[in-house]
Unconditional design. Structure first.
Length: 319
């Protein structure tokens, strides 16, 4: 029987939605963390900054968990390593693997530079034969600014790639949309901001009025407004496209399970409710820990709903 999660034209299921969600968090968190440091708000010792500490765990772990989920979702997971060394410029998946590798390399080098003292002490205590690693990190420190610029660029590419991956499915008019990569970049940035705020407040003793959290807050409203504009452009283009594009628009938004997910989960929970809460709350409430955690959770739920909605609703109509 057909259901919202099982229908004849379905190719990619919920695993891909979670994978795209985690990639967006990693890209968004990394981009914001690098910008925070370059803005001079990480303090004299960036390794003591709680936002950067959370980034050191959140950014690599989210992408690693996403890849592990994807690998074991494949029909032959133990042959996945072939993709790590055999690249094809005509395969969007292969180019994505190459992007992940380069991104992870620059991310880990950047984190090693920030936490050099910690790494050096651990090597000295537990792994003295790896002393050469300290020399490599010291050498990399000379190129910190260049590494950060490249990492921002790679984060943007990774965030957009999550949309390119779906837009490559040319048989589905809703997914084969040029706005999708930019929309996923914006929503990924939004999820990165929310994830950083959530983890920083939950796992550290960061003050809610700190300069680091204030920096992240500055991006919240502009990113949400950009996301709303891109959603409007996405669906207007779909509606005016005619033919099966118009059918895809009507199927996705004008009734059914996934229309409810969009209007309630994406628009209501992810966009309108956070804007409404921030609009009616006073300054004291806005900077309370519970309020900030709530808004961050709403933002993450909205982005996750968007990933599921685009993936499933996008595969319901064939060209």
């Amino acid at each position: 029987m057909n259901s919202p999660f099982h229908f004849p034209s379905l190719v990619w299921d919920h695993t891909i939605a979670v994978y795209l969600f985690l990639l967006g968090i990693s890209a968004g968190a990394t981009m914001l963390a690098v910008l925070l440091k370059r803005a001079g708000l990480a303090g004299e010792d960036p390794s003591q900054n709680n936002v950067l500490r959370c980034t050191a765990l959140l950014a690599p772990l989210s992408i690693i968990i996403g890849l592990v989920i994807l690998i074991f979702h494949l029909t032959k997971p133990w042959t996945f390593w072939y993709l790590m060394f055999n690249y094809s410029t005509t395969s969007i998946m292969s180019m994505g693997v190459m992007l992940f590798q380069v991104y992870m390399l620059f991310l880990l080098v950047w984190l090693a530079i920030i936490f050099h003292q910690l790494i050096a002490s651990l090597i000295d205590k537990y792994a003295k034969p790896l002393g050469f690693v300290n020399k490599l990190i010291t050498f990399a420190t000379k190129f910190t600014s260049l590494i950060e610029i490249v990492l921002i660029f790679l984060s943007v590419l990774l965030g957009a790639y999550t949309g390119f991956l779906l837009s490559a499915l040319i048989s589905y008019p809703m997914l084969n949309n040029p706005v999708l990569p930019v929309l996923f970049l914006a929503s990924g940035t939004s999820s990165g901001i929310a994830a950083l705020i959530f983890c920083t407040l939950l796992f550290t003793k960061e003050e809610t009025h700190s300069a680091s959290l204030g920096f992240l807050h500055k991006f919240e409203l502009p990113v949400v407004l950009i996301e709303i504009f891109l959603l409007a452009a996405f669906f207007i283009g779909l509606y005016l496209g005619g033919g099966q594009k118009t059918v895809a628009f009507e199927t996705a938004l004008l009734g059914g399970f996934w229309a409810n997910v969009f209007w309630i989960g994406v628009v209501g929970v992810g966009l309108v409710l956070p804007l409404l809460l921030n609009g009616i709350a006073n300054q004291q409430l806005k900077h309370s820990k519970g309020f900030m955690l709530l808004v961050a959770c709403l933002g993450l739920m909205g982005v996750l709903c968007l990933r599921f909605f685009i993936l499933y609703a996008g595969q319901m109509t064939l060209a």
